[in-house]
Design a protein around this ligand. Structure first.
Ligand code: BES
Ligand code: MN
Ligand code: MN
Length: 458
């Protein structure tokens, strides 16, 4: 629509400057030293939502980081969209691998570099600017609610209670989320599912103190060696996970569904080149798209123990640790998988060491319908601004709130992400292309319009 275009052209630079301002706030939810920054970020988001045209905006305290809620209700005859996003970010470490400060955003080669540029400040802020466009051009056609949280990157622990206590207030026809990625700008796509997560921490203990590795080595089981053996045994020669019962609940897709999924363009050579690897890896019998979309996986996220500082120290460590996470697919549940993992890990531990297994946090997998009014409205919006129908894909990441919205509010979500898989989420030099940022702001108003129109038609 011309009025939207004109308004967005005129305010283009301000839309960017405001995002950069948000990116300068180090709202690292995992790090208690950034508690105050995180709160400050919530304040900034609230202020921007009011400026954009919300009738009311509030900061809702939780046991953890606050949730920002805002709304503009135009009337009962209009459908309601709830925009979910998160203003918290992952820790920026390792700092020395950044080309510029993680919280000093720079624009280089048409890209915004900063922690949170894509995940998720850049993406949720597109909704704030799209909303402003609709309000300022008097074309808002839906009631709009915003729920922007500050604990997504640490497992959204306060959210279940918040949802249950605010069911009425959060009532909506659809949850709209931009916190996922597209295949590419040439191949726009919509994610139709997210994996769940079961995150474990294990500790292997051996002797009651660190030992001289010459005096005792060879006679005492080394916890670091044992941990490596245990971890290595979690995959078999076909790269399948060996935990008994692990695959029992996995929903197998039909041949037709798998064929549809594999229609998405995937260039293995470019993929390897981008990552600097010579070969792909994964569960035998599945393609890369399937391995990251519809199959469960197990990854070591971190492993430590013994001497890791400069130079050599001959020591047989008393303890070794690892953080291990599993991505889950329908119909696995995080509790069941946590229990299977714990039982198995205890079972395979050899005599001479003690293992402790702890579940950190979890989240359930989710699939979103592709025949709903909201999905069709999203598809049409993308087709309008990209000139191409989006390809449905399954995302490998997790947004536990999606399953929760379904359980508590009985509402489905639309995953309209504008990021790219190589935006370096959670990694040094996170980026978001300016093109994607503006494309998102351009596309979202069409979703509002089509969702209102198509909801009426039923
Ligand atoms: N935005 C991501 C999830 C994501 C990224 C989904 C790319 C699809 C494509 C989200 O912020 C995230 O990082 N989630 C965590 C899980 C959370 C419980 C810490 C994840 O996926 O590891
Ligand atoms: Mn995110
Ligand atoms: Mn993230």
């Amino acid at each position: 629509m011309q009025a939207w275009k004109t308004y967005q052209e005129k305010n283009k630079d301000r839309f960017l400057q405001e995002l950069l301002e948000l990116l300068r706030i180090p709202s690292v939810s995992a790090d208690s030293r950034h508690r105050e920054d995180t709160r400050r970020c919530a304040e900034a988001v609230k202020k921007r939502l009011l400026e954009a045209g919300a009738d009311k905006a509030e900061i809702c305290p939780t046991a953890g980081h606050p949730i920002v809620y805002a709304e503009k209700i135009i009337g009962p005859g209009h459908p309601t969209i709830l925009v979910y996003g998160h203003y918290d970010v992952q820790p920026p470490d390792p700092l020395d691998l950044w080309h510029s400060g993680p919280f000093e955003p720079v624009i280089k080669d048409g890209r915004i570099y900063a922690r949170g540029a894509c995940d998720d400040k850049g993406q949720f802020y597109m909704h704030v600017k799209a909303f402003e466009t609709l309000v300022q051009t008097q074309t808002l056609s839906c009631n709009v609610k915003f729920m922007i949280e500050g604990e997504e990157e640490v497992g959204s622990e306060s959210l279940p209670d918040f949802l249950r206590q605010n069911k009425e207030k959060l009532q909506t026809d659809i949850v709209l989320i931009s916190d996922t990625s597209m295949l590419s700008m040439e191949h726009p796509s919509l994610e139709t599912g997210l994996r769940g997560l079961a995150y474990m921490e294990v500790e292997v203990s051996g002797p009651n103190r660190d030992l001289h590795s010459g005096v005792y080595g060879g006679a005492v089981a080394n916890p670091a060696t044992v941990l490596c053996q245990l971890i290595a045994s979690l995959h078999d020669e076909n790269n399948r996970i060996t935990i008994p019962g692990f695959y029992d609940e996995v929903a197998e897709l039909s041949a037709a569904e798998r064929a549809a999924l594999n229609k998405a363009p995937f260039d293995a050579e470019a993929y390897k080149e981008d990552l600097g690897i010579k070969a792909l890896w994964g569960e035998k019998g599945y393609t890369t798209l399937e391995r990251t979309g519809i199959r469960p996986t197990l990854e070591v996220n971190g492993i430590w123990g013994g001497y890791t500082a400069e130079g050599a120290k001959t020591v047989l460590p008393a303890k070794a640790h690892a953080k291990i996470s599993m991505r889950l697919v329908p119909n696995q549940t995080s509790h069941t998988i946590e229990k299977l993992f714990t039982d198995h890990f205890n079972h395979i531990a050899p005599e001479g060491v003690t293992v402790k297994v702890k579940a950190l946090h979890g989240g359930e997998p989710a699939v979103t319908p592709v025949d709903s009014v909201a999905y069709r409205a999203a598809g049409k919006a993308i087709e309008t601004t990209f000139g191409k129908e989006p390809i449905p894909t399954r995302g490998g990441g997790s947004i536990p709130i999606v399953a929760l919205f379904e359980e508590v509010l009985k509402t489905k979500s639309v995953l309209m992400g504008f990021g790219l898989d190589n935006d370096n989420l959670h990694s040094p030099n996170e980026k978001f292309d300016l093109f994607n940022y503006y494309k998102g702001i351009e596309t979202i108003p069409y979703f509002h319009r089509y969702f209102a129109e198509m909801s009426k038609e039923g």
